[in-house]
Write a protein that binds this ligand. Structure first.
Ligand code: TYM
Length: 326
């Protein structure tokens, strides 16, 4: 059975981009592979946070991911910092990753803009991500398009490690969804949807109620024409709506376009499809609100399982490097 690994940062507010770009594939893939899914709380520390903030976001995010359908009987679901091997292998990966490679990461460039304090962790962040993936002998990494460059770096540095020290790591590949690989902001369809957008009007949060979702879609920025066509270069707003509708209903965005001659009905249909997809998740979030100890127990089970695999791989890496065994 193939091994799958993916992770999401422990920052507040899961949004529709996270869900359609990655989490939906995590949930759907649980029976098709041996899946390991983590909440990347160490990655969240690369941008300064208030004391206690990351822990609170981790618990909240765990609840939402369980509500989305992660099932601890069908996958290994855990918190990155609960498995020490992530930090340990991250150091080894930093030592086979070049400054030039890290400098080329577009996310580093994006995240440093207008920022006074740039942590060393933000720069070496991709090496920790490589460690996350390589620790589980991962074949496939389901992610949105924005993570492709990081997965390619994990593969390149794993290859370098293997050629320097002998066969150690499985070489991973990114698995990116056909529709909604890059969900765009509803107010600025040339930027990806994100929790740190200037205005919340362009971001659909998983916690948004149906009224808020409909309002955000109705106000979505399109263009001054009226033709409904799937063409991201010329018509980013309309194409984003088609892409969201396609991903939420399991259909092809380009073929849905022919069913519309105006933007209004497309906006309403996209909103309704999203409301329908999120309704069961929101109902389960409300149930899990009453069961915080169940969420913590789920994470503990996951960490115990993850440690067993990660421990073997990190020892293999140290042995192959030829560090003195204690
Ligand atoms: P993060 O937390 O930014 O995003 C989690 C997942 O959501 C996807 N995503 C999107 N997909 C489509 N459209 C969007 N607008 C959108 N925004 C986010 C991301 O591609 C991702 O799959 N560094 C990673 C977390 C991480 C990781 C890993 C991922 C840590 N270790 C190992 C894979 C493997 C991150 O910050 O994702």
């Amino acid at each position: 059975m193939a091994r799958v690994f993916s992770a999401i940062q422990a920052t507040g507010g899961l949004h529709l981009g996270n869900y359609l770009g990655a989490i939906k594939a995590w949930v759907d893939g649980q029976d098709e592979a041996d899946c390991f899914y983590a909440i990347a709380d160490l990655h969240a520390l690369t941008i300064p946070k208030e004391r206690g903030e990351v822990g609170a976001h981790t618990l909240e995010l765990a609840k939402v991911l369980l509500a989305c359908g992660l099932d601890v009987n069908r996958c290994t679901f855990f918190v990155q910092s609960h498995v020490r091997e992530h930090s340990e292998l991250a150091w080894l990966m930093q030592c086979v990753t070049s400054m030039g490679e890290l400098n080329r990461m577009t996310q580093f460039k994006d995240k440093t803009q207008n920022r006074k304090f740039i942590s060393a962790g933000l720069f070496t962040y991709p090496a920790l991500q490589s460690a996350d993936i390589l620790l589980y002998d991962t074949d496939k990494v389901p992610v949105g398009e924005d993570q492709r460059q990081h997965i390619e770096l994990a593969r390149d540095t794993a290859e370098r490690f293997n050629s320097r020290y002998g066969e150690t790591f499985v070489l991973p590949v990114a698995s990116i969804p056909r529709a909604a690989a890059r969900v765009m902001d509803l107010q600025d369809p040339t930027s990806k949807m994100s929790k740190s957008a200037a205005s919340e009007a362009g971001t659909i949060f998983l916690s948004d109620d149906p009224k808020a979702i409909l309002k955000k879609f109705k106000r979505a920025v399109t263009d001054s024409e009226s033709e409904v066509r799937f063409d991201f270069a010329e018509k980013p707003g309309v194409s984003n709506l088609l892409s969201i509708l396609g991903a939420a209903t399991g259909s092809d965005p380009a073929s849905i376009a022919s069913g519309y001659s105006q933007y209004g009905p497309l906006k309403v249909d996209a909103a309704e499809a999203v409301i329908e997809a999120l309704a069961p998740i929101q109902a389960r979030i409300a149930e899990l609100d009453n069961d915080p100890s169940g969420v913590r127990a789920a994470l503990k089970t996951g960490a115990d399982k993850a440690r067993k695999v990660a421990g073997v791989v990190v020892e293999r890496a140290k042995t192959n490097i030829g560090l003195l065994v204690d």
